[in-house]
Ligand binder design. Structure first.
Ligand SMILES: [Mn+2]
Length: 564
C-alpha cells in the first residue's frame, strides 16, 4: 500500500527497567512505553488494573457542595430531575443517577432533550420544558458546563441546579449553579481525570452513598452502565477508565443486565462474549440510534428496565431504528459518490459537503467514515430550508475548533472538541466556508497527510507469537482510545496459499510461512485494496494479533510491503 512504516523509538534505559522489574519480554515493555507507561509501578497498575484507581475522585471540584445539597433534597423529599444527553454516555450517566436516586425517593424524574427539537445540552428551550415539571432540584449529567442560558432560566425560577459534566469548562463564563462537579480544574482548565459522563455519574453516586451512610457500595451494580458510556464516548482507556472498562466488561459477561442481554439477543448475538469492540460496534450504535432517528427515550427506557420481556421489546425497537440509521447513512454516502459536484469536494484538503434534507442525526457518522477514508478533516452539512446543520470530524494533529474559529463570522453557532464538532450555518455561507477553510488550512492538512506513516509498536518474528505472548497480549485489553491493539511488523513472510471469503469474497485469507513457522493472516475488506497480494510471494506485514473462536492466533493485516 506504500505508507511509510515507522517503528516507534523508545528510551532504552526505561525499556530495560520495565524488562527487569516486571519480567516482561522487551516487545511488551515497548508496547507499555508506547502508551506512556514508563515506571514499573504504572506498568503493574496497567497490567492488573484495580478499582482503587477510582479512589480520590470523590474530591473532584464541586463534589462537597453537590453532596450536601443532595443530602438535603433527599431528606426533604424534593422533586429531583436528572437532565441528560441523547448519546450513550449521556443516557448511561442518566440511568446510573436515576436508578440510584430511586432507592431513596419516588420523586425522581428524568429529561433527555431531543437532538431535533431542543438540541444538545441545557438550552433555554429545554430549560423551559424542564420548568413545566416543577422540579426543586435539577442535576445535569454529561452536559451543562457551558449552558449559561438554560441555567439562568432555571435559577430565575428558584430551581436549584447541580452540574455534573466532563466537558471542558470555560472559566471566564461558568453557568450559575449551586454546584459544578467537573473533571477539570475550573480555574485553569487543567484536566483532573479522564472520566466520561457516565464515569463521573458513577463516582458521584458512590460518593453520595458514602455521604448518606448507605450500607452498600453501588459500584458493582453500575459498572456495566459506566463501561458502556466510557467505551462509547471514546475517552482514553487508561487509568480509572481502564478499570471501569475492564471490570464493567467482566460484569457484563458474568451477569449481564437485562438491557445488555436484550440488546445482544435482538441483534442476534446472544451467547457472544462482550468486549470493547462489541460495545463499539453492536451495543453503542443501537443505543445511539434512538436519538439519531427519533427520540432517545426508548433507549433510556431500556437502560432503566428490569423486566426482560419489556427490555426485549425496547431492544427490538432500537434494532429497527439502527437499521434505519444505517439506511440514512448509506443514502447520504450514495448521494455524495454519485454527484459530480460533491465528488469534486472530496478532492479538497478540507472536505465540506452539503445536501438537501440529510438527516442531521447521522451527519457525524458520515463525517467520520469519510475522514477515516480520506485522512482529511470533513464537515457534512444537512440543509433544511435556509439553514444548514453540520458535523465535523478531524484527523490527528489539527483541531476542528481552530478551523471553525478562523471562519467564525460565517456561522450562526459552533462548538465541540478537537476531533469532533458541530456547526449551524446559513446555507449561502457554505461555499465561503469551503473556500476559506481550504485557503487557510489546505496546505497544513496536506503536509500532515503526507508525513503520516504507520506507527509500528515492535518488529516480531512469527515464532515469537506463542502462548506466553498471547497471555500478555490479553492483559493489554480492553483495547480502545489511547490504548489501541498493538501494531506489529514482521519481515520477509512467504505467502503460501490465498483465498477470498466472507460476503462477496470481500476478505482475503492467507497461509503464510516464515522459516519453520506457519500462520494464518487475514486482510479484512481486502478485496478492493489488496489485489496485489494475490500476485506476490514475499512480503513484509504490519498487523494486529487476534485469536479465533478456538483461541488460536492469527494476523489481522493492516498494511504490507511487497518484496517479490
Ligand atoms: Mn460524554
Amino acid at each position: 500500500m506504500g505508507k511509510r512504516w515507522q517503528i516507534r523509538k523508545v528510551n532504552e534505559a526505561y525499556l530495560q527497567r520495565l524488562v527487569d522489574n516486571l519480567g516482561l519480554p522487551p516487545v511488551f515493555a515497548r508496547i507499555l512505553l508506547n502508551r506512556g507507561i514508563t515506571t514499573p509501578e504504572s506498568g503493574r497498575d496497567f497490567l492488573s488494573p484495580s478499582l482503587k484507581s477510582l479512589e480520590g475522585l470523590e474530591r473532584l471540584p464541586g463534589m462537597a457542595q453537590a453532596l450536601a445539597l443532595f443530602g438535603r433534597a433527599l431528606r426533604e423529599d424534593w422533586r429531583i430531575l436528572v437532565f441528560g444527553d441523547y448519546d450513550v454516555d449521556g443516557l448511561t450517566a442518566s440511568a446510573i443517577l436515576v436508578r440510584f436516586l430511586r432507592e431513596f425517593s419516588k420523586n425522581i424524574e428524568v429529561y433527555i432533550p431531543s437532538r431535533f427539537v431542543e438540541g444538545y445540552g441545557l438550552t433555554e428551550k429545554a430549560a423551559l420544558q424542564v420548568l413545566v415539571r416543577k422540579p426543586h432540584l435539577v442535576v445535569t449529567v454529561d452536559c451543562g458546563i457551558r449552558d449559561r442560558d438554560g441555567a439562568r432560566v432555571l435559577r430565575k425560577h428558584g430551581v436549584r441546579l447541580v452540574i455534573l459534566d466532563h466537558h471542558l469548562p470555560e472559566p471566564s463564563s461558568l453557568p450559575e449553579a449551586d454546584a459544578i462537579v467537573s473533571t477539570f480544574d475550573l480555574g485553569t482548565q487543567k484536566p483532573l481525570s479522564l472520566l466520561s459522563g457516565a464515569g463521573l455519574a458513577l463516582v458521584f453516586v458512590r460518593a453520595l452513598a458514602a455521604f448518606l451512610g448507605f450500607p452498600r457500595d453501588p459500584l458493582e451494580g453500575f459498572l456495566d452502565l459506566a463501561c458502556l458510556g466510557t467505551v462509547a464516548d471514546v475517552v482514553p482507556l487508561l487509568s480509572e477508565n481502564r478499570a471501569i472498562a475492564m471490570y464493567g466488561l467482566d460484569l457484563m459477561n458474568r451477569c449481564p443486565s437485562v438491557a445488555v442481554q436484550a440488546l445482544l439477543e435482538a441483534a442476534g448475538l446472544e451467547g457472544r462474549g462482550v468486549d470493547a469492540e462489541a460495545v463499539s460496534f453492536f451495543l453503542a450504535p443501537r443505543i445511539n440510534a434512538a436519538g439519531r432517528i427519533e427520540h432517545p427515550k426508548v433507549a433510556l427506557e431500556l437502560l432503566l428496565c428490569d423486566d426482560y420481556g419489556k427490555a426485549l421489546e425496547y431492544a427490538q425497537c432500537l434494532n429497527r431504528l439502527n437499521t434505519k440509521r444505517q439506511r440514512d447513512e448509506d443514502r447520504i454516502l450514495e448521494e455524495i459518490f454519485q454527484d459530480e459536484t460533491k465528488l469534486e469536494c472530496l478532492e479538497d484538503e478540507v472536505i465540506v459537503l452539503s445536501g438537501e434534507n440529510w438527516n442531521i442525526g447521522v451527519l457525524g457518522i458520515v463525517a467520520s467514515r469519510l475522514s477515516e477514508r480520506f485522512m482529511r478533516p470533513v464537515f457534512v452539512c444537512g440543509v433544511h430550508g435556509d439553514i444548514a446543520v453540520g458535523s465535523g470530524r478531524s484527523v490527528e494533529g489539527l483541531s476542528l475548533l481552530e478551523i471553525l474559529e478562523s471562519c467564525a463570522p460565517l456561522f450562526l453557532r459552533y462548538g465541540g472538541h478537537e476531533m469532533a464538532a458541530g456547526l449551524k450555518i446559513p446555507r449561502e455561507n457554505i461555499p465561503h466556508f469551503r473556500k476559506e477553510a481550504n485557503r487557510r488550512f489546505g496546505e497544513r492538512v496536506r503536509s500532515l497527510r503526507l508525513s503520516r506513516g504507520l506507527v509500528v509498536d515492535a518488529v516480531v518474528g512469527l515464532a515469537d507469537i506463542d502462548g506466553r505472548f498471547l497471555e500478555l497480549w490479553e492483559k493489554l485489553k480492553p483495547f480502545g482510545e489511547k490504548n489501541p491493539s498493538p501494531l506489529f511488523a514482521t519481515l520477509n513472510v512467504m505467502l503460501v496459499e490465498r483465498w477470498a471469503w466472507g460476503k462477496g469474497g470481500n476478505h482475503l485469507r492467507f497461509l503464510i510461512r516464515q522459516g519453520k513457522e506457519w500462520q494464518e493472516a487475514v486482510v479484512f475488506g481486502g478485496k478492493e485494496r489488496a489485489g496485489e497480494l494475490f500476485e506476490s510471494s514475499l512480503v513484509d506485514l504490519a498487523f494486529e494479533v487476534d485469536v479465533n473462536a478456538l483461541r488460536s492466533p492469527y494476523l489481522k493485516v493492516q498494511d504490507w510491503r511487497i518484496k517479490k
